[in-house]
Design a protein around this ligand. Structure first.
Ligand SMILES: Cc1cc2nc3c(=O)[nH]c(=O)nc-3n(C[C@H](O)[C@H](O)[C@H](O)COP(=O)(O)OP(=O)(O)OC[C@H]3O[C@@H](n4cnc5c(N)ncnc54)[C@H](O)[C@@H]3O)c2cc1C
Length: 412
Protein backbone atom coordinates (compact mmCIF):
# COMPACT_ATOMS: atom_id res chain seq x y z
CA UNK A 1 0.00 0.00 0.00
CA UNK A 2 1.25 3.52 -0.83
CA UNK A 3 0.46 6.92 0.63
CA UNK A 4 1.95 10.41 0.53
CA UNK A 5 1.89 10.98 4.28
CA UNK A 6 1.78 8.28 6.92
CA UNK A 7 1.10 9.28 10.53
CA UNK A 8 1.72 6.84 13.38
CA UNK A 9 -0.66 7.52 16.27
CA UNK A 10 -4.22 8.87 16.39
CA UNK A 11 -3.83 10.90 19.59
CA UNK A 12 -4.42 14.66 19.64
CA UNK A 13 -1.12 15.40 17.85
CA UNK A 14 -1.60 12.74 15.15
CA UNK A 15 -5.23 13.71 14.49
CA UNK A 16 -4.38 17.40 14.17
CA UNK A 17 -1.43 16.59 11.88
CA UNK A 18 -3.73 14.43 9.71
CA UNK A 19 -6.34 17.18 9.39
CA UNK A 20 -3.79 19.80 8.31
CA UNK A 21 -1.96 17.44 5.95
CA UNK A 22 -5.19 16.38 4.24
CA UNK A 23 -6.48 19.96 4.14
CA UNK A 24 -3.30 20.90 2.24
CA UNK A 25 -4.17 18.23 -0.33
CA UNK A 26 -1.92 15.33 0.69
CA UNK A 27 -3.07 11.73 0.57
CA UNK A 28 -2.89 10.94 4.30
CA UNK A 29 -3.06 7.73 6.29
CA UNK A 30 -3.14 7.32 10.09
CA UNK A 31 -2.10 4.04 11.69
CA UNK A 32 -3.34 3.52 15.25
CA UNK A 33 -2.72 0.54 17.53
CA UNK A 34 -6.03 1.00 19.40
CA UNK A 35 -9.45 0.25 17.95
CA UNK A 36 -10.41 3.94 18.26
CA UNK A 37 -8.75 7.36 18.18
CA UNK A 38 -7.71 9.48 21.18
CA UNK A 39 -7.94 7.03 24.07
CA UNK A 40 -5.80 9.22 26.30
CA UNK A 41 -7.59 12.33 25.10
CA UNK A 42 -10.80 10.92 26.57
CA UNK A 43 -9.17 10.86 30.04
CA UNK A 44 -7.96 14.45 29.95
CA UNK A 45 -9.22 16.96 32.48
CA UNK A 46 -11.01 14.17 34.34
CA UNK A 47 -13.03 13.45 31.17
CA UNK A 48 -13.77 17.17 30.64
CA UNK A 49 -10.66 17.88 28.52
CA UNK A 50 -8.76 21.00 29.51
CA UNK A 51 -7.75 21.43 25.88
CA UNK A 52 -5.85 24.72 26.09
CA UNK A 53 -5.21 27.74 28.30
CA UNK A 54 -6.35 31.36 28.11
CA UNK A 55 -2.66 32.36 27.78
CA UNK A 56 -1.22 33.88 24.61
CA UNK A 57 1.14 31.86 22.42
CA UNK A 58 4.11 33.71 23.97
CA UNK A 59 2.95 33.02 27.52
CA UNK A 60 2.37 29.38 26.65
CA UNK A 61 5.91 29.07 25.27
CA UNK A 62 7.23 30.54 28.52
CA UNK A 63 5.38 27.87 30.51
CA UNK A 64 7.60 25.26 28.81
CA UNK A 65 10.76 26.74 30.36
CA UNK A 66 13.91 26.12 28.33
CA UNK A 67 11.91 24.25 25.65
CA UNK A 68 9.77 27.35 25.09
CA UNK A 69 12.25 28.69 22.54
CA UNK A 70 11.79 25.60 20.37
CA UNK A 71 7.99 25.82 20.64
CA UNK A 72 7.60 29.57 20.19
CA UNK A 73 7.20 29.42 16.38
CA UNK A 74 4.49 26.76 16.31
CA UNK A 75 2.68 28.38 19.27
CA UNK A 76 2.76 31.68 17.40
CA UNK A 77 1.41 30.05 14.22
CA UNK A 78 -1.35 28.11 16.03
CA UNK A 79 -1.85 29.74 19.45
CA UNK A 80 -4.49 28.90 22.11
CA UNK A 81 -6.91 31.36 20.49
CA UNK A 82 -6.47 29.51 17.17
CA UNK A 83 -7.35 26.22 18.84
CA UNK A 84 -10.52 27.68 20.33
CA UNK A 85 -11.46 29.08 16.91
CA UNK A 86 -10.76 25.72 15.28
CA UNK A 87 -13.30 24.00 17.53
CA UNK A 88 -15.72 26.95 17.45
CA UNK A 89 -15.85 26.76 13.61
CA UNK A 90 -16.77 23.10 13.95
CA UNK A 91 -19.58 23.76 16.41
CA UNK A 92 -17.85 23.27 19.78
CA UNK A 93 -17.80 26.33 22.04
CA UNK A 94 -15.34 26.63 24.90
CA UNK A 95 -15.36 28.15 28.37
CA UNK A 96 -12.59 29.40 30.67
CA UNK A 97 -12.38 28.67 34.40
CA UNK A 98 -10.93 30.96 37.07
CA UNK A 99 -7.43 29.57 36.59
CA UNK A 100 -7.54 30.26 32.83
CA UNK A 101 -8.03 26.60 31.86
CA UNK A 102 -10.16 26.16 28.72
CA UNK A 103 -12.77 23.36 28.46
CA UNK A 104 -15.49 22.53 25.93
CA UNK A 105 -18.81 23.99 27.16
CA UNK A 106 -20.21 20.47 27.06
CA UNK A 107 -17.54 19.29 29.57
CA UNK A 108 -17.02 16.22 27.37
CA UNK A 109 -13.59 15.16 26.10
CA UNK A 110 -15.42 12.87 23.67
CA UNK A 111 -16.79 15.94 21.85
CA UNK A 112 -13.23 17.15 21.21
CA UNK A 113 -12.16 13.71 20.00
CA UNK A 114 -15.26 13.25 17.82
CA UNK A 115 -14.79 16.59 16.07
CA UNK A 116 -11.19 15.73 15.22
CA UNK A 117 -12.11 12.26 13.93
CA UNK A 118 -15.04 13.56 11.88
CA UNK A 119 -12.99 16.37 10.37
CA UNK A 120 -10.16 14.01 9.41
CA UNK A 121 -12.63 11.60 7.79
CA UNK A 122 -14.41 14.45 5.98
CA UNK A 123 -11.06 15.46 4.47
CA UNK A 124 -10.47 11.91 3.24
CA UNK A 125 -7.87 10.73 5.79
CA UNK A 126 -7.58 6.95 5.69
CA UNK A 127 -7.50 5.34 9.17
CA UNK A 128 -6.09 1.92 9.97
CA UNK A 129 -7.20 1.06 13.52
CA UNK A 130 -6.14 -1.93 15.65
CA UNK A 131 -2.88 -1.87 13.71
CA UNK A 132 0.40 -1.59 15.55
CA UNK A 133 3.42 -0.31 13.66
CA UNK A 134 6.26 -2.73 14.34
CA UNK A 135 9.12 -1.13 12.53
CA UNK A 136 10.03 1.76 10.24
CA UNK A 137 12.88 2.05 7.76
CA UNK A 138 13.85 4.29 4.86
CA UNK A 139 15.43 1.98 2.30
CA UNK A 140 15.46 4.61 -0.48
CA UNK A 141 13.51 7.84 -0.98
CA UNK A 142 10.44 6.40 0.72
CA UNK A 143 9.63 5.20 4.23
CA UNK A 144 8.61 1.58 4.76
CA UNK A 145 6.18 1.30 7.67
CA UNK A 146 5.81 -2.31 8.78
CA UNK A 147 2.68 -3.62 10.53
CA UNK A 148 1.75 -7.25 11.28
CA UNK A 149 -0.03 -7.64 7.93
CA UNK A 150 1.73 -5.35 5.46
CA UNK A 151 4.33 -2.76 4.60
CA UNK A 152 3.08 0.73 3.82
CA UNK A 153 5.19 2.90 1.57
CA UNK A 154 5.07 6.61 2.43
CA UNK A 155 6.79 9.71 1.06
CA UNK A 156 6.62 11.44 4.44
CA UNK A 157 6.36 9.99 7.93
CA UNK A 158 4.99 11.75 11.02
CA UNK A 159 5.63 10.04 14.35
CA UNK A 160 2.97 11.05 16.89
CA UNK A 161 3.09 8.08 19.25
CA UNK A 162 3.10 10.06 22.54
CA UNK A 163 5.37 9.34 25.50
CA UNK A 164 5.37 6.61 28.12
CA UNK A 165 2.73 7.74 30.60
CA UNK A 166 -0.53 5.80 30.98
CA UNK A 167 0.74 3.01 28.66
CA UNK A 168 -2.68 1.33 28.77
CA UNK A 169 -3.89 4.09 26.46
CA UNK A 170 -1.39 3.00 23.78
CA UNK A 171 1.63 5.22 24.47
CA UNK A 172 4.19 2.51 25.07
CA UNK A 173 7.28 4.34 23.84
CA UNK A 174 7.46 2.73 20.37
CA UNK A 175 8.06 6.12 18.78
CA UNK A 176 11.25 6.60 20.78
CA UNK A 177 12.58 3.38 19.28
CA UNK A 178 11.56 4.42 15.74
CA UNK A 179 13.22 7.84 16.18
CA UNK A 180 16.42 6.18 17.39
CA UNK A 181 16.46 4.00 14.28
CA UNK A 182 16.79 7.21 12.24
CA UNK A 183 19.65 8.46 14.43
CA UNK A 184 17.69 10.63 16.88
CA UNK A 185 18.82 11.13 20.48
CA UNK A 186 16.19 10.43 23.13
CA UNK A 187 16.42 12.42 26.38
CA UNK A 188 15.72 9.89 29.14
CA UNK A 189 11.94 9.61 29.61
CA UNK A 190 10.86 10.32 33.21
CA UNK A 191 7.63 11.12 35.01
CA UNK A 192 6.25 14.64 35.09
CA UNK A 193 3.00 15.80 36.66
CA UNK A 194 3.03 12.73 38.90
CA UNK A 195 2.07 12.16 42.57
CA UNK A 196 4.96 12.16 45.05
CA UNK A 197 5.96 9.50 47.58
CA UNK A 198 6.77 10.73 51.12
CA UNK A 199 8.98 9.15 53.75
CA UNK A 200 6.18 9.84 56.26
CA UNK A 201 3.58 7.10 56.25
CA UNK A 202 0.78 9.06 57.93
CA UNK A 203 -0.56 10.58 54.65
CA UNK A 204 -1.75 7.03 53.95
CA UNK A 205 -4.23 7.38 56.86
CA UNK A 206 -5.77 10.28 54.97
CA UNK A 207 -5.72 8.69 51.50
CA UNK A 208 -8.42 10.27 49.35
CA UNK A 209 -8.75 13.44 51.47
CA UNK A 210 -8.27 16.70 49.56
CA UNK A 211 -7.31 20.11 50.91
CA UNK A 212 -7.88 23.31 48.93
CA UNK A 213 -5.50 26.27 48.72
CA UNK A 214 -2.24 24.79 49.90
CA UNK A 215 1.14 26.40 49.28
CA UNK A 216 4.13 24.08 48.99
CA UNK A 217 7.63 25.53 49.38
CA UNK A 218 11.02 23.99 48.89
CA UNK A 219 14.49 24.77 47.58
CA UNK A 220 16.46 22.82 45.02
CA UNK A 221 20.01 24.08 44.95
CA UNK A 222 19.65 27.85 44.92
CA UNK A 223 16.26 27.70 43.30
CA UNK A 224 13.31 28.49 45.55
CA UNK A 225 10.17 26.70 44.42
CA UNK A 226 6.65 27.62 45.46
CA UNK A 227 3.54 25.95 44.04
CA UNK A 228 -0.07 26.53 45.01
CA UNK A 229 -3.43 24.83 44.51
CA UNK A 230 -5.33 21.83 45.82
CA UNK A 231 -3.56 18.83 47.36
CA UNK A 232 -4.66 15.24 47.80
CA UNK A 233 -3.35 12.71 50.34
CA UNK A 234 -2.54 9.35 48.73
CA UNK A 235 -1.76 5.88 50.04
CA UNK A 236 1.98 6.59 50.00
CA UNK A 237 2.29 10.37 49.87
CA UNK A 238 0.71 13.41 48.27
CA UNK A 239 -0.89 14.23 44.91
CA UNK A 240 -3.33 16.74 43.40
CA UNK A 241 -2.71 19.79 41.20
CA UNK A 242 -0.17 21.60 43.46
CA UNK A 243 1.89 18.43 43.92
CA UNK A 244 1.81 17.61 40.19
CA UNK A 245 3.35 21.02 39.48
CA UNK A 246 6.03 20.35 42.08
CA UNK A 247 6.81 16.98 40.50
CA UNK A 248 8.12 18.71 37.35
CA UNK A 249 11.05 19.93 39.46
CA UNK A 250 11.38 16.82 41.61
CA UNK A 251 11.77 14.50 38.64
CA UNK A 252 14.88 16.39 37.52
CA UNK A 253 16.50 17.17 40.82
CA UNK A 254 15.66 14.56 43.43
CA UNK A 255 19.15 13.21 44.07
CA UNK A 256 18.29 9.81 45.59
CA UNK A 257 16.00 8.12 48.00
CA UNK A 258 18.64 8.49 50.72
CA UNK A 259 18.54 12.27 50.46
CA UNK A 260 14.86 13.21 50.34
CA UNK A 261 13.63 16.59 49.22
CA UNK A 262 12.27 18.47 52.24
CA UNK A 263 9.11 20.47 51.54
CA UNK A 264 6.78 22.50 53.75
CA UNK A 265 3.06 22.55 53.08
CA UNK A 266 0.98 25.50 54.22
CA UNK A 267 -2.47 23.94 54.57
CA UNK A 268 -4.27 27.27 54.97
CA UNK A 269 -2.36 29.46 52.56
CA UNK A 270 -5.27 31.85 52.07
CA UNK A 271 -5.03 33.00 55.72
CA UNK A 272 -1.87 34.68 57.08
CA UNK A 273 -0.29 33.30 60.27
CA UNK A 274 -1.22 36.30 62.47
CA UNK A 275 -4.79 36.27 61.20
CA UNK A 276 -5.03 32.50 61.68
CA UNK A 277 -3.85 32.77 65.29
CA UNK A 278 -6.40 35.50 65.90
CA UNK A 279 -9.17 33.34 64.42
CA UNK A 280 -8.17 30.33 66.53
CA UNK A 281 -8.06 32.48 69.68
CA UNK A 282 -11.53 33.81 68.88
CA UNK A 283 -12.83 30.25 68.47
CA UNK A 284 -11.26 29.32 71.81
CA UNK A 285 -12.82 32.25 73.66
CA UNK A 286 -16.24 31.91 71.95
CA UNK A 287 -16.41 28.10 72.39
CA UNK A 288 -14.24 27.07 75.38
CA UNK A 289 -15.94 23.68 75.55
CA UNK A 290 -15.41 22.91 71.87
CA UNK A 291 -13.13 19.94 71.09
CA UNK A 292 -9.76 21.07 69.77
CA UNK A 293 -10.19 18.87 66.71
CA UNK A 294 -13.40 20.70 65.87
CA UNK A 295 -11.63 24.03 66.08
CA UNK A 296 -8.94 22.87 63.66
CA UNK A 297 -11.64 21.39 61.45
CA UNK A 298 -12.83 24.96 60.83
CA UNK A 299 -9.70 25.40 58.72
CA UNK A 300 -8.82 21.96 57.32
CA UNK A 301 -10.85 18.78 56.64
CA UNK A 302 -11.76 17.01 59.91
CA UNK A 303 -9.69 13.91 59.15
CA UNK A 304 -6.65 16.10 58.55
CA UNK A 305 -7.32 17.92 61.86
CA UNK A 306 -7.35 14.57 63.68
CA UNK A 307 -4.04 13.48 62.17
CA UNK A 308 -2.45 16.88 62.91
CA UNK A 309 -3.45 16.50 66.57
CA UNK A 310 -1.79 13.10 66.58
CA UNK A 311 1.36 14.67 65.12
CA UNK A 312 1.75 16.82 68.24
CA UNK A 313 0.99 13.76 70.42
CA UNK A 314 -2.38 15.08 71.26
CA UNK A 315 -5.45 12.89 71.37
CA UNK A 316 -8.53 14.48 69.88
CA UNK A 317 -10.25 14.64 73.31
CA UNK A 318 -8.74 17.94 74.41
CA UNK A 319 -11.04 20.98 74.72
CA UNK A 320 -10.38 24.54 73.59
CA UNK A 321 -9.97 25.90 77.14
CA UNK A 322 -7.24 23.30 77.80
CA UNK A 323 -5.09 24.60 74.95
CA UNK A 324 -1.82 26.07 76.28
CA UNK A 325 -0.07 28.91 74.47
CA UNK A 326 2.79 26.57 73.58
CA UNK A 327 0.51 23.94 72.12
CA UNK A 328 -1.41 26.58 70.21
CA UNK A 329 1.81 27.80 68.62
CA UNK A 330 2.83 24.23 67.70
CA UNK A 331 -0.52 23.52 66.09
CA UNK A 332 -0.49 26.85 64.30
CA UNK A 333 2.97 26.13 63.00
CA UNK A 334 1.86 22.70 61.82
CA UNK A 335 -1.11 24.15 59.94
CA UNK A 336 1.17 26.64 58.20
CA UNK A 337 4.18 24.38 57.60
CA UNK A 338 3.59 20.62 57.59
CA UNK A 339 6.96 19.03 56.81
CA UNK A 340 7.19 16.25 54.22
CA UNK A 341 10.27 14.40 52.98
CA UNK A 342 9.80 13.51 49.31
CA UNK A 343 11.64 10.33 48.38
CA UNK A 344 10.55 9.88 44.76
CA UNK A 345 7.81 10.45 42.21
CA UNK A 346 5.28 7.75 41.40
CA UNK A 347 6.31 5.77 38.27
CA UNK A 348 6.06 7.20 34.76
CA UNK A 349 3.04 4.98 34.03
CA UNK A 350 1.11 7.09 36.57
CA UNK A 351 2.44 10.45 35.39
CA UNK A 352 0.21 12.69 33.30
CA UNK A 353 3.03 13.49 30.92
CA UNK A 354 6.47 12.26 29.99
CA UNK A 355 9.47 14.50 30.49
CA UNK A 356 12.21 13.66 27.99
CA UNK A 357 11.83 12.23 24.49
CA UNK A 358 13.09 13.25 21.04
CA UNK A 359 15.80 15.87 21.50
CA UNK A 360 14.35 19.07 20.08
CA UNK A 361 17.80 20.30 18.99
CA UNK A 362 17.53 17.71 16.18
CA UNK A 363 14.10 18.95 15.00
CA UNK A 364 13.46 22.07 12.90
CA UNK A 365 11.16 24.33 14.99
CA UNK A 366 9.73 25.95 11.82
CA UNK A 367 8.52 22.65 10.31
CA UNK A 368 8.84 19.87 12.97
CA UNK A 369 10.96 18.00 10.40
CA UNK A 370 13.92 15.95 11.53
CA UNK A 371 17.26 17.65 10.93
CA UNK A 372 18.79 14.18 10.55
CA UNK A 373 16.33 12.36 8.28
CA UNK A 374 14.55 14.42 5.58
CA UNK A 375 10.83 13.63 5.28
CA UNK A 376 10.52 12.52 8.93
CA UNK A 377 8.41 14.72 11.23
CA UNK A 378 7.45 14.64 14.92
CA UNK A 379 4.40 15.95 16.78
CA UNK A 380 3.12 15.89 20.36
CA UNK A 381 4.38 14.35 23.55
CA UNK A 382 7.07 12.29 21.81
CA UNK A 383 9.08 15.54 21.75
CA UNK A 384 11.21 16.44 24.75
CA UNK A 385 8.96 19.33 25.83
CA UNK A 386 6.51 19.11 28.70
CA UNK A 387 4.52 21.87 30.34
CA UNK A 388 2.60 22.42 33.56
CA UNK A 389 -1.04 21.48 34.22
CA UNK A 390 -3.63 23.80 32.74
CA UNK A 391 -4.10 22.76 29.10
CA UNK A 392 -0.52 23.57 28.07
CA UNK A 393 0.40 20.01 27.10
CA UNK A 394 -2.54 19.55 24.75
CA UNK A 395 -1.87 23.00 23.29
CA UNK A 396 1.65 21.81 22.49
CA UNK A 397 0.16 18.74 20.75
CA UNK A 398 -2.22 20.86 18.65
CA UNK A 399 0.47 23.36 17.61
CA UNK A 400 3.17 20.80 16.77
CA UNK A 401 0.55 18.64 15.02
CA UNK A 402 -0.65 21.49 12.80
CA UNK A 403 2.92 22.43 11.88
CA UNK A 404 4.05 18.84 11.22
CA UNK A 405 0.97 18.06 9.07
CA UNK A 406 1.05 21.22 6.99
CA UNK A 407 4.85 21.18 6.56
CA UNK A 408 4.88 17.52 5.49
CA UNK A 409 2.16 18.25 2.93
CA UNK A 410 3.92 21.37 1.67
CA UNK A 411 7.24 19.62 1.15
CA UNK A 412 5.87 16.68 -0.84
C1 LIG B 1 -5.03 11.23 33.01
C2 LIG B 1 -4.49 12.31 32.12
C3 LIG B 1 -5.11 13.54 32.08
C4 LIG B 1 -4.59 14.55 31.27
N1 LIG B 1 -5.25 15.76 31.21
C5 LIG B 1 -4.76 16.75 30.44
C6 LIG B 1 -5.47 17.98 30.32
O1 LIG B 1 -6.58 18.15 30.85
N2 LIG B 1 -4.90 18.95 29.56
C7 LIG B 1 -3.70 18.78 28.91
O2 LIG B 1 -3.23 19.71 28.26
N3 LIG B 1 -3.05 17.59 28.95
C8 LIG B 1 -3.56 16.58 29.69
N4 LIG B 1 -2.92 15.36 29.71
C9 LIG B 1 -1.74 15.15 28.81
C10 LIG B 1 -2.21 14.84 27.38
O3 LIG B 1 -3.25 13.91 27.41
C11 LIG B 1 -1.06 14.30 26.54
O4 LIG B 1 0.00 15.20 26.57
C12 LIG B 1 -1.53 14.07 25.09
O5 LIG B 1 -2.54 13.09 25.02
C13 LIG B 1 -0.36 13.62 24.20
O6 LIG B 1 -0.87 13.49 22.90
P1 LIG B 1 -0.09 12.72 21.75
O7 LIG B 1 -0.96 12.75 20.56
O8 LIG B 1 1.29 13.23 21.65
O9 LIG B 1 0.06 11.23 22.32
P2 LIG B 1 -1.11 10.13 22.84
O10 LIG B 1 -2.29 10.90 23.24
O11 LIG B 1 -0.37 9.34 23.80
O12 LIG B 1 -1.40 9.37 21.50
C14 LIG B 1 -0.43 8.54 20.89
C15 LIG B 1 -1.15 7.47 20.07
O13 LIG B 1 -0.17 6.72 19.35
C16 LIG B 1 -0.57 5.36 19.34
N5 LIG B 1 0.60 4.51 19.12
C17 LIG B 1 1.70 4.41 19.91
N6 LIG B 1 2.58 3.51 19.39
C18 LIG B 1 2.00 3.04 18.27
C19 LIG B 1 2.39 2.06 17.30
N7 LIG B 1 3.56 1.40 17.39
N8 LIG B 1 1.57 1.81 16.26
C20 LIG B 1 0.37 2.45 16.15
N9 LIG B 1 -0.06 3.36 17.03
C21 LIG B 1 0.75 3.65 18.09
C22 LIG B 1 -1.20 5.15 20.71
O14 LIG B 1 -2.07 4.04 20.73
C23 LIG B 1 -1.91 6.48 20.94
O15 LIG B 1 -3.26 6.44 20.54
C24 LIG B 1 -3.41 14.33 30.50
C25 LIG B 1 -2.80 13.08 30.54
C26 LIG B 1 -3.33 12.07 31.34
C27 LIG B 1 -2.66 10.74 31.36
Amino acid sequence: MKTEICIIGAGPAGLMAAIFAAQAGARTMVIEANATAGRKLLLTGGGRCNFTHRATGKETARAFGRKGKFLSYCLHEFPPQGVRQFFHRRGLESKVDQAGCVFPVTDRASDVRDILSAEAKRLGVHFMFSTKVQNVTKPGHHFAVKTAGQIIQAEKLIIATGGLSYPDTGSTGDGFRFAQLFGHTIAEPRPSLAPLVTRQSWPGDLAGTATENVKISTSIGRKKIIVTGAMLFTHDGIGGPAVLQLSQFVTDFLPSEKIPLEVLVDLVSDIGEVELERMILKQVSDHPKKALVSILAEFVPRRVAQVLCEQVNLAGGLYANQLSADLRRRLLHLLKAVPFSIVRTRPIAEAMVTRGGVDVAQVDPKTMESKICPGLFFAGEILDADGPCGGYNLQMCWSTGVLAGSSAARSK
